[in-house]
Write a protein that binds this ligand. Structure first.
Ligand SMILES: Cc1cc2nc3c(=O)[nH]c(=O)nc-3n(C[C@H](O)[C@H](O)[C@H](O)COP(=O)(O)OP(=O)(O)OC[C@H]3O[C@@H](n4cnc5c(N)ncnc54)[C@H](O)[C@@H]3O)c2cc1C
Length: 456
């Protein structure tokens, strides 16, 4: 091995960085506070089933993510399942069908699919015409530059919010049905808070191809990708300091430490700012930039049932005017298909942006009690069949990609690239806040650090 690197944080960004370093012959120790790899996309054993507690699906066109998981899996002797039920495949196509619920009406939809949009009952003919006349050509024009690394996206589409743009050019109903659901559910954010550039990027990936899931969960898929990397889990790094001779040392509060020639900090922005400050002092421009980033904490409520739930879709997305506490639910059985447990199921539920802000300081019991009536309203079958419920909290949460975020993230990347050796940064907050954005950022950080470690 030619040197040793530390990676602090084992989400998709940290694992992607570790894989880049390892591939260049550098020994890697990756340390994460959680018991499993994956961060906001980690898995857990819940009620006898493996569930992904945060991010659920990736697009087939997440090329970097698929290559990362495929590369690792090749070493682990499993492959990309082209079919829908090949045993042992590490990634599997999933129908990714949703249903949009407004009042008592349920409208099937596959977000991103044009054919599905044309059939979608939640919009009128005029809105569909306007979508075809305005959004579709815009998507076609920008498609090639709408990449998750956020390197080439045209700043002109980053000046207004997704809701403002959709309302002005297509109408309110389209903003409620096509903009709000994904932002409300997965980011606990409102369409009025998120940039149209990010919205169009989601649309690009959603419309490029189908969706994929990891049947064994993201954590197992990442463990396959990180083969050869020493992973230290359940370990919070509280100090990262420069060694007087050269290199870095990471420490825990209970006195354990790891030394390396360099380090990638792939944590959330607040932890990154804290660790950086210890090495480069308070008030360094990178820490100041990190401290100013806006994030929204959110959570997933997981509910296990002792029956298999009937389903016509994976996601049940709600009209924002109907949703007080719960913006969306999803059914594990619909995602896993033939590999779903035969006699039980899991419902996942996400708060509305209002509920995420209002309830975040409350104890888990109070949040479960607040959300449960709306879960039962959407999924009456769960009544009398609940065996357990658990809240998975994501603090500090997802970055808000507000209008203007592209220029801000470009500035953050510049600061990260300019950080003096031996420390660099990775995370989805430096790109598009998606798994593919995290991987792009991690790969760039891994390459950057490897070059410096190898040229010493
Ligand atoms: C509910 C939800 C749904 C989502 N849905 C999707 C989706 O469907 N598709 C999609 O592409 N994206 C989705 N996302 C976004 C996606 O999860 C993120 O963009 C991506 O996982 C971020 O990866 P990351 O490595 O940058 O950060 P994280 O996953 O946040 O990883 C940071 C890691 O650092 C660790 N850490 C922090 N501090 C320390 C420390 N001091 N010491 C050691 N370890 C530390 C944490 O434990 C964590 O594992 C969703 C997010 C949420 C919350």
């Amino acid at each position: 091995m030619m040197g040793r690197a530390l990676v602090v944080g084992g989400g998709f960004a940290g694992v992607a960085a570790a894989v880049q370093l390892h591939a260049r012959g550098i020994g890697v120790t990756l340390i994460d506070a959680n018991a499993a790899l994956g961060g906001r996309a980690r898995s857990d054993d819940f009620g006898g089933a493996t569930i992904d507690v945060g991010a659920q699906l990736i697009a087939m066109s997440f090329e970097k993510t698929v290559a990362l998981l495929k590369g690792g899996a090749a070493g682990g002797n499993v492959g990309l399942g082209s079919g829908r039920s090949e045993k042992g495949a590490f990634l599997r196509a999933t129908p990714g069908r949703d249903v949009f619920v407004h009042g008592n009406a349920r409208y099937p939809i596959q977000f991103g699919s044009m054919t599905s949009l044309l059939r979608f009952g939640g919009l009128g003919a005029v809105e569909k015409l306007r979508l075809g006349a305005h959004i579709v050509p815009l998507l076609a024009r920008h498609r090639g530059r709408l990449t998750a690394d956020a390197l080439q996206v045209d700043g002109t589409i980053d000046r207004e919010s997704a809701r403002t743009h959709m309302t002005a050019h297509v109408g309110e109903r389209a903003a409620d049905a096509l903009v709000e659901p994904a932002f409300n559910a997965f980011y606990a954010a409102r369409g009025s808070e998120m940039s149209f550039a990010f919205y169009l990027t989601l649309a690009r990936y959603g419309s490029d191809a189908g969706m994929l899931t990891a049947p064994g969960g993201w954590s197992a898929a990442l463990a396959g990708a990180a083969k050869g990397v020493e992973c230290v889990l359940g370990t919070q790094i509280t100090s990262l300091s420069l060694r007087p001779d050269a290199g870095v040392v990471a420490r825990t509060d209970d006195g354990r430490e790891w030394a390396g020639d360099g380090a990638v900090i792939a944590t959330d922005p607040a932890s990154a700012a804290n660790l950086l400050t210890q090495s480069y002092g308070a008030n360094n421009p990178m820490s100041n930039w990190l401290a100013a980033l806006r994030l929204r904490p959110t959570w997933t409520l997981a509910i296990a049932t002792d029956v298999v739930l009937k389903h016509d879709a994976f996601g049940i997305m709600r009209h924002p005017a109907d949703a007080k506490e719960v913006s969306a639910c999803a059914i594990l059985g619909a995602k896993l298909g033939p590999e779903a447990p035969p006699d039980s199921d899991v419902v996942l539920a996400w708060p509305t942006p209002d509920a995420a802000e209002r309830l975040r300081g409350e104890p888990s019991d109070a949040i479960v009690a607040a959300m449960m009536p709306e879960v039962e309203l959407l999924m009456p079958q769960v009544k009398d069949h609940i065996t357990r419920a658990r809240l998975y909290r994501f603090d500090p949460g997802n970055p808000i990609a507000a209008p203007g975020f592209l220029a801000d993230r470009a500035h953050g990347r510049k600061l990260a690239e300019a950080l003096p050796f031996p420390i660099t940064l990775a995370g989805d907050y430096l790109a598009m806040p998606l798994i593919e954005g995290a991987v792009a950022s991690g790969e760039a950080a891994g390459r950057r650090l490897a070059e410096k470690v190898l040229s010493r």
